[in-house]
Design a protein around this ligand. Structure first.
Ligand SMILES: C[S@@+](CC[C@H](N)C(=O)[O-])C[C@H]1O[C@@H](n2cnc3c(N)ncnc32)[C@H](O)[C@@H]1O
Length: 230
């Protein structure tokens, strides 16, 4: 089965020969792809919920990769031991939950080299967590499916410097790489922000005015980035 662009972007960050944990695997598509393409010869696919883990198990069995892919029920990295894997994928969850999973298992994260992270929302919070907790974002890309654009990050341990706060929202690597979907991604953000600004315009409360000013400034920053890459 062909992976969707989002899942393919995630899988593309897995180095050949990696030992991988896919946390919150659900359907199990990524583990099966990594096994089939001989990118990885050992994968641990986990999920906190029995139903999704059963989905993954059925698919793995159907594709006959049960010897390469182990399934485990558990919360985040709590079902892992130190040094079991060198690469972890945490995808399809909110950025705050991904940060919590990393924060709650430092004994495990210390022994992992590659972190492939794909937040569905709150990517800014996740970048802040990474930068403030000695992670370095090595690369980022955008994957487009229909009208949606997803952010996919590759991080490792190390120091990173954020010169401009806008890079918490718009990954610096996306700008440096002039990601093929970045213009559209920025235009979507500008459109959404302008819709909120229109609604806030007549809000006379102190909070409303503060939010208006802060969103207006952010929108100017989006426009600057868009201008820089054009
Ligand atoms: C939307 S699915 C994403 C599936 C797949 N990773 C993807 O990106 O397509 C989110 C999955 O994460 C699982 N999940 C949520 N919180 C989790 C946690 N703390 N630890 C492990 N799995 C979790 C859910 O049960 C669900 O199967």
């Amino acid at each position: 089965m062909k992976l969707s662009p989002r899942l393919q972007a995630i899988a593309d960050y897995v180095p050949k020969g990696a030992i991988v944990a896919d946390i919150g695997t659900d359907h199990g598509y990524i583990p099966v792809y990594l096994a089939r393409e001989e990118i990885s010869c050992k994968i641990i696919a986990t999920d906190i919920n029995e139903g999704p883990l059963q989905n993954a198990k059925s698919y793995i069995d159907k594709e006959s990769y049960g010897e390469i892919i182990e399934t485990r029920l558990g919360n985040g990295l709590k079902c892992m031991l130190p040094n079991e894997v060198d690469t972890v994928i945490i995808a399809g969850m909110g950025g705050i939950l991904i940060a919590e999973i990393l924060e709650n298992s430092k004994d495990i994260t210390q022994t992992i080299k590659n972190f492939i992270l794909q937040p569905m929302v709150a990517s800014e919070d996740l970048r802040r967590y990474l930068i403030n907790n000695n992670y370095r974002i090595l690369n980022e890309k955008l994957a487009k499916e229909g009208n949606k654009i997803y952010e996919v990050m590759l991080a490792t341990h190390g120091m990173d410097k954020i010169e401009n706060d806008i890079y918490y929202e718009i990954g610096k690597k996306l700008v440096e790489n002039k990601d093929e979907h970045l213009k559209e991604f920025l235009k979507n953000k500008i459109r959404k922000t302008e819709n909120i600004l229109r609604k806030l315009k007549n809000n006379e409360t102190i909070e409303g005015k503060q939010r208006y000013e802060s969103l207006k400034n952010k929108n100017e920053e989006y426009k600057k980035v868009l201008n820089d890459i054009c």
